[in-house]
Write a protein that binds this ligand. Structure first.
Ligand SMILES: NC(=O)c1ccc[n+]([C@@H]2O[C@H](COP(=O)([O-])OP(=O)(O)OC[C@H]3O[C@@H](n4cnc5c(N)ncnc54)[C@H](OP(=O)(O)O)[C@@H]3O)[C@@H](O)[C@H]2O)c1
Length: 336
């Protein structure tokens, strides 16, 4: 066996997340954490292994990544009880980029394909020059979107898709209340609800009213000066905030209504008291849904707002922006 093949075989024998420097084939720059904590734990390392894709994976040269609140929640260690990440860990679970290597069992992708993905959150992420991703989690990127816009789609748009279409089973003509319509998930939720033919109310602060109406929301409710809980006969509430926002949402629902939260597990007894059903959605990778989202984007039905852009050496600043809770769309990391 050639020495390079031998190295590749050895490298494939390891779970990519636990590879050590001795098994690497090449190195790259990546933003990693070696401990959980505040923004100071983010380190830009230049000797991180470039993993060799297994037979069902592809290697992607990352063009852009995006920041989601889950990135800094993981950085802080809040999700360790659930995810149990080994360290060091590369953060970032949105990617757009170009396929540079393909596992031998991958049939729908080839070298040179321009792709996007929300990779498995249990593995190393995309704040890196390269990432290996299971091919079934990777789709061809929307042709009409820039690398930055494409990187902003997967995690937030899949969350909105799975919450509204899979959990709530939103139907044409229904009335949906989307909380935080100006946030990354909220913006996709407004647009997916309109594509489904629903009537959309959304909470927002007054500075973002034009933004949410421009995305197709039928009515904007200024959450700082108006009381959304006076709404009635809502079919579906999409809760992206939790706490009092969730608690005050139940009475807006009609009997048989559905509330889907992505921040806090709805209390079953409270849901039953209101004659409603509550769901919690934790987004999952999904290639077919990414393909449909790409169709929507290329048909001009799905827009991506960019809040801000940063370099790989500015991830701490990007996290600071996300942690304000005031972003008006996607926060992008430009990598190559
Ligand atoms: N379970 C899952 O799978 C999943 C997936 C994705 C996200 N999430 C979670 O969902 C939440 C939202 O994520 P995201 O990416 O959309 O966040 P984001 O983009 O950071 O949201 C920021 C937006 O929220 C708005 N906002 C803040 N408080 C509000 C309130 N009380 N009412 C209405 N709008 C409010 C802000 O507008 P103003 O400046 O006008 O207030 C801002 O535009 C995060 O907690 C995230 O971790 C969960």
């Amino acid at each position: 066996m050639e020495k390079t093949d031998l190295i590749k075989t050895q490298v494939r024998a390891y779970d990519s997340i636990t590879l050590t420097k001795n098994e690497m084939s090449n190195t790259m720059k990546a933003v990693q954490i070696n401990e959980f904590g505040d923004r100071s734990v983010l380190k830009l390392n230049d000797d991180v292994p470039v993993f060799v894709p297994t037979s069902k994976e592809v290697l992607i040269k990352v063009k852009s990544a995006s920041v989601n609140p889950v990135d800094w929640k993981i950085r802080e260690g809040y999700l360790q009880p659930m995810l149990n990440h080994p360290l060091p860990l590369t953060l970032g679970w949105d990617v757009s980029g170009e396929v540079t290597e393909v596992g031998d069992q991958v049939s729908h992708l080839k070298v040179g394909d321009e792709v996007y993905s929300r990779p498995d959150i249990a593995k190393n992420g995309s704040y890196a020059e390269f990432i290996t991703v299971v091919a079934d989690e990777v789709a061809i990127k929307p042709k009409s979107l820039s690398w930055q816009e494409a990187a902003g789609v997967p995690l937030a748009a899949l969350t909105a898709w799975q919450s509204l279409y899979e959990f709530a089973k939103l139907k044409e003509g229904e009335r949906v209340l989307v909380h935080a319509g100006s946030g990354a998930v909220g913006q996709f939720a407004i647009q997916l609800a309109k594509i489904r033919g629903a009537y959309v109310y959304t909470t927002t602060s007054s500075k973002n009213t034009d933004l949410v109406l421009g995305l197709g929301a039928d009515e904007a409710i200024d959450y700082k000066n108006e009381d959304f809980s006076e709404l009635r006969d809502i079919d579906v509430v999409f809760d992206t905030i939790g706490g009092d926002t969730q608690a005050n949402s139940w009475k807006t629902l009609k009997k048989g209504g559905r509330l889907v939260s992505i921040t806090e597990n709805p209390d079953e007894a409270i849901a039953t008291n209101h004659g409603a059903t509550g769901f919690f959605c934790f987004v999952q990778p999904n290639r077919e849904q990414l393909e449909k989202l790409a169709e929507f984007a290329d048909a001009g039905k799905l827009k991506v707002s960019i809040d801000s852009e940063f370099g790989l050496d500015q991830v701490a600043d990007a996290h600071e922006r996300s942690e304000t809770g005031r972003a008006q769309g996607k926060i992008i990391i430009n990598i190559s």
